[in-house]
Design a protein around this ligand. Structure first.
Ligand code: GAR
Length: 208
């Protein structure tokens, strides 16, 4: 079966290591897609640099260029729609999107979060896990709804939390899993194998 390529837009605020793993998966054909644009709310984000180096259009859209959040989000929406983006991928994008933005891409925004949701949503998820004393943590790829890290869960990966772990140790162990999990979830979406039923994401078997 020949699938048409999924048009992907990535929003990232910082380092962009997840972006790099997605770029790699697109390049090696794991993801049947094309990254049309990378946008960042942080002009200094390494993610923008990584995109440019891979020949992907990259633009900074700073929040402080705009009077209101609505105008800021309108600029993001316009840039994504101009490129025909079908799936919006949040890769370390550190702003909560409003219902206005989310309604423009219903069921078509994904996020990765460094904990086993619904535990430890929001900021500093790895520190929250250490402070709580859990024995296992991990990462979650989910569709974005109007809450903070509350949307239907697509995939999760588990890592142990070791007694000697610093926040950085745990973040690094989780990140290694993120780099495998996010491309896998995007590939499933690109193959048309994900559907949302209430809170559940159904994953269709692949062609054998
Ligand atoms: C990742 O660990 C990602 O899960 C997390 O930020 C990091 C971004 O790293 N995202 C969140 O905490 C979102 N709430 P990266 O820029 O190297 O991909």
């Amino acid at each position: 079966m020949i699938l048409s390529k999924l048009s992907i837009g990535v929003l990232a605020s910082g380092r962009g290591s997840n972006l790099a793993s997605i770029i790699k998966a697109v390049e090696d054909g794991t993801i049947q897609g094309k990254i049309e644009i990378v946008l960042s709310d942080n002009p200094k984000a390494q993610a923008l640099q990584r995109a440019k180096e891979a020949g992907i259009p990259a633009e900074a859209v700073s929040r402080d260029q705009f009077k209101t959040k609505r105008e800021f989000e309108t600029a993001l929406i316009r840039a994504l729609k101009e490129r025909g983006v079908e799936l919006v991928v949040l890769a370390g994008f550190m702003r909560l999107l409003s219902p206005y933005f989310i309604e423009q891409f219903p069921g078509r925004i994904m996020n990765i979060h460094p904990s086993l949701l619904p535990s430890f949503p929001g900021l500093a998820a790895q520190k929250q896990a250490l402070d709580y004393g859990v024995r296992y943590s991990g990462c979650t790829v989910h569709f974005v709804d109007q809450g903070m890290d509350t949307g239907p869960i697509i995939l999760q990966a588990v890592v142990p939390v070791l007694p000697t772990d610093t926040e950085e140790d745990l973040a690094e162990r989780i990140l290694e899993q993120e780099h495998k999990l996010y491309p896998k979830a995007i590939a499933l979406y690109a193959e048309g194998r994900l559907s949302i039923e209430g809170r559940r994401v159904i994953i269709k078997e692949g062609d054998k």
